[in-house]
Every structure is written in C-alpha cells, then in structure tokens.
Design a protein around this ligand. Structure first.
Ligand SMILES: NC(=O)c1ccc[n+]([C@@H]2O[C@H](COP(=O)([O-])OP(=O)(O)OC[C@H]3O[C@@H](n4cnc5c(N)ncnc54)[C@H](O)[C@@H]3O)[C@@H](O)[C@H]2O)c1
Length: 270
C-alpha cells in the first residue's frame, strides 16, 4: 500500500526534498500534503502541481489521510505541531533533532506517540554511523565526541558571533566545547547532528561536542569519534551546504528520502 507523506516546510531542505522526489520518486510513497508559508504556496504549486494539497493551514494539511509527516521546518514547528501530528495517529519524522534536547518536548512527543501507538522517527541526516553507535551502546560505549566544522559564514547569526570575530579568523578555531544538550540549546540551528549522535549513543549529557569555524573549508564537516566494548568508531561526512542555507548540508534532504524508501530511520521512539 502506498504511504501518504505530509511535508512541513518549504525552505532550503524542503525545496531539495521535493525537487529530488520529483526527479526520482520514493518507492512506495507519495507526497499527499505540503505545509508551506502562505507566501510560498504559489511557488510550491508551480513545482509540485495540483495533485498535492499545498496549504498554509495546518488543520487542512493534516486532514488528508496521512501515514507519516516529515518535519523540515525548525524547532518551533516540532514544538508547536509535533504532538498534534502524533495525536492524529500519524508517524512523525523529525529533522530538527535539536528540539528533542528539551526534555519537556521529548517527553510530550513520546507521550503523544504512545497514546496512539505511532512513532517519532529520526533520520540519519547529514551524518552516518548512527547504526554503529547503536550497536556499541548495547555492548558498552564509553566515550563519544561529535565535532562539527563549518566555514565561518555558516556560523553567522548564531552565538558563535559573540565568541569570535567570524570575518577575521585566519585558522580553524574552536568556539564551543560542551555537552550535546548544551550545544543543541545554544546552537539550535546547527546542533541537530550533535543531538542525533547523542540519542543514538551516550545521551545528551554524556556526549561531548566540539564546534569549529574553519576559514580554510567550503564544506560542512561532521565527525564522530567513539570508543567502547573493545571497538573504535570514526566517521566523517563532508559536503557542500544548501545554497540558500549555509547551515544545512545538501546531503540532509536526500537522507530523508532514503529513510522513507528503506524504512531506515536510525532512531525510532515508539
Ligand atoms: N538532522 C539534520 O541532519 C539536519 C541538517 C540540516 C538541517 N536540519 C534542520 O532542518 C530544518 C530545516 O532546515 P532548512 O535548511 O530547510 O531551514 P530553512 O529555514 O531554509 O527552512 C525552513 C522553512 O520552514 C518554514 N516553516 C517553519 N515553520 C513552519 C510552519 N509552521 N508551517 C509552514 N512552514 C514553516 C520556514 O518558513 C522556512 O521556509 C532546520 O531546523 C534545520 O536545523 C537538520
């Protein structure tokens, strides 16, 4: 049976996801609804056509017999709309994983999911290796460090601006070291992967995060270094960012499509 997908957000990743879907449809799935901002509705309709319900009205978006809603919109959307999606009996795939660093949001979402026996899903996003962390966790994970390196411009508009002069640094500079929970709360638009790594591994308080601005790179680079149970895990993913949002990596949107297609979201809370 074809699964009906609702997408929240038509920003950098929303556009990438819908365009990539048109280029290569996701097997066994169809986009049924898109929740966009009102000023984006015409552009979205021009791209996606009339067969998909494109609206700025959340109730209209949701009342379309959906099987899964994919959030590509930001932490406020998870907070404001996530429980409504789950209470409607619909799985919720969260891309703004940093929102789960708030214990209150996390607990509320899980309670709503349990009420209706549906799931909160976390796709792998712009990293890899969460499967290895999940395996090591079962066997005895001892240490996990997640390092995020981005060009200085990608850190503009964040708390990094208070920590260093982004326009004038000449060498890679560490401006944050702390727990994944602190990173997700202080850098909400950048720390989704820190939160995903933490949820797969040692949790938000025991996972170490290092954030670096590097004037020598044009790429966003995410690195996991973990050890435990007689094993070491090292994973690096490097790639270009979305042209319209330098904080987001291009691979992120594609990871959502493969998560749906392969039913391979790596963390599922039921
Ligand atoms: N997990 C990961 O690997 C990963 C990687 C990159 C980005 N992200 C996260 O994914 C999210 C989307 O990223 P982006 O680069 O597309 O951001 P973006 O700001 O370019 O796009 C978000 C869009 O959603 C819209 N939006 C927000 N709330 C909405 C609502 N209630 N209804 C309709 N539209 C709404 C915004 O107006 C905007 O157009 C961000 O939270 C980002 O932090 C996750």
């Amino acid at each position: 049976m074809t699964k009906r997908v609702g997408i929240i957000g038509f920003g950098a990743i929303g556009r990438t996801v819908t365009q990539a879907w048109l280029d290569a449809p996701v097997a066994g799935h169809e986009i049924a609804s898109l929740l966009a901002r009102s000023h984006q509705v015409d552009e979205a309709r021009a791209l996606l056509g009339d067969a998909i319900r494109i609206t700025a009205d959340f109730d209209e978006f949701l009342a379309n017999d959906l099987d899964v809603v994919v959030e590509l919109a930001g932490q406020p959307a998870v907070r404001d709309l996530g429980t409504k999606v789950l209470r409607a009996g619909v799985d919720l795939m969260v891309l703004s994983v940093g929102s789960l660093a708030s214990q209150a949001v996390f607990d509320e979402l899980l309670a709503a999911a349990a009420e209706r026996s549906v799931r909160v899903l976390v796709p792998v996003g712009a990293i890899a290796g969460l499967d290895g962390l999940l395996a090591l966790r079962r066997a005895g994970l001892r240490q996990v460090v997640y390092t995020s390196v981005k060009p200085p411009q990608s850190w503009k508009g964040t708390a990094a601006e208070q920590a260093l002069d982004l326009d004038n640094i000449k060498a890679p500079t560490i401006f944050f070291e702390g727990s994944a929970r602190e990173a997700a709360l202080k850098y909400p638009k950048n720390a989704n992967l820190a939160a995903a790594v933490a949820l797969a591994g040692l949790g938000l308080d025991q996972t170490s995060v290092v954030l670096i601005a590097d004037p020598g790179t044009k790429e966003n680079i995410g690195r996991i270094e973990a050890e435990g149970a007689g094993s070491r895990l090292q994973v690096t993913v490097a790639g270009r960012s979305e042209p319209s949002n330098p904080k987001s990596s291009q691979i992120t949107g594609v990871s959502v499509l493969s998560a749906l297609e392969n039913d391979a979201q790596l963390i599922a809370f039921a």
